[in-house]
Design a binder for this molecule. Structure first.
Ligand SMILES: [Zn+2]
Ligand SMILES: [Zn+2]
Length: 270
């Protein structure tokens, strides 16, 4: 079912890339061209995630959102860097979250696949960012890998459903999908849904209710087929949307419209 050809949006149909990292070094030399290619492909808006590494990444993401009318930002600290979360870091994230065009807290969460920070640090940071999102009344962008049981406990304990959010680059099975959907969360699917061995993930995309489904690139990572292995960029989210439309037996037009509406509503985009 994976789309192996180049998909294109019908004229007048647009998509939002709900999760990308435009601040990344790999876009340093041609960022404006990347953004222009997204627009040309019908990807009219992008949410750039300010949490991939140092605090500087958050400043860069907020700066990009202020320079480009089509870009919005989130602020947070990735679970990989959770051991660097101090009260001073939380204060700075709190301040940055008040900047114009910052639409969510994240990405935050748990990554037990890489375990780049000790699990207790990841759990503690995740709890603090949920509390911050509730305090600021902003939705959460959640990164989860091989950690669904602990994540569900924390999301419930901390009342994350009060602000809601998205499990980005969802990579769990159908059971995990149902559990986070039951908490009121959205699921965002990346280029992984186009990979040949991703039948279980496509099954999760098929069962996701139409009002909870988002699409993303996670660029520069995880390029969809037929760009797999290359640097990913927001324009390629069209391939991911086409693959999901195929498994849901919907037109690309319908799928684009519903994910667009969901992303606007979740992040309260103007
Ligand atoms: Zn992530
Ligand atoms: Zn990310």
């Amino acid at each position: 079912m994976a789309a192996s050809h180049h998909a294109a949006l019908p004229p007048g149909v647009t998509l939002i890339d709900s999760h990308c990292h435009l601040d990344e070094e790999r876009f340093a030399t041609d960022r404006d061209a990347v953004i222009a290619r997204a627009h040309a492909a019908g990807v009219t808006r992008m949410v750039t995630i300010g949490a991939s590494g140092s605090m500087q990444a958050n400043h860069d993401a907020v700066g990009l959102a202020q320079q480009h009318a089509s870009i919005f930002a989130t602020v947070g600290i990735h679970p990989h860097e959770a051991s660097a979360v101090t009260p001073a870091v939380i204060d700075e994230i709190t301040r940055l979250a008040g900047a114009p065009r910052v639409v969510a807290i994240g990405e935050t969460g748990l990554d037990y696949y890489y375990d780049n920070s000790p699990r207790p640090s990841q759990q503690d940071a995740f709890r603090q960012f949920i509390a911050l999102a509730r305090q600021l009344r902003l939705p959460l962008v959640v990164h989860l890998r091989d950690a669904y049981d602990d994540a569900l406990t924390i999301l419930r304990d901390e009342g994350a459903a009060d602000v809601g959010g998205v499990i980005h680059c969802f990579s769990g099975d159908r059971g995990a999908a149902r559990a986070v959907l039951d908490l009121g969360f959205h699921l965002s699917f990346s280029g992984i849904v186009t990979f040949k061995n991703a039948d279980e993930l496509r099954a999760a995309a098929r069962l996701t209710p139409a009002d909870r489904l988002l699409v993303e690139t996670d660029a520069p990572f995880l390029a969809p087929i037929p760009y797999r292995g290359k640097r990913n960029e927001p324009a390629y989210v069209v391939q991911t949307a086409a693959a999901i439309a195929a498994v849901r037996q919907q037109s690309l037009d319908e799928l684009a419209t519903l994910t667009h509406t969901n992303t606007e509503r979740l992040f309260r985009l103007p």
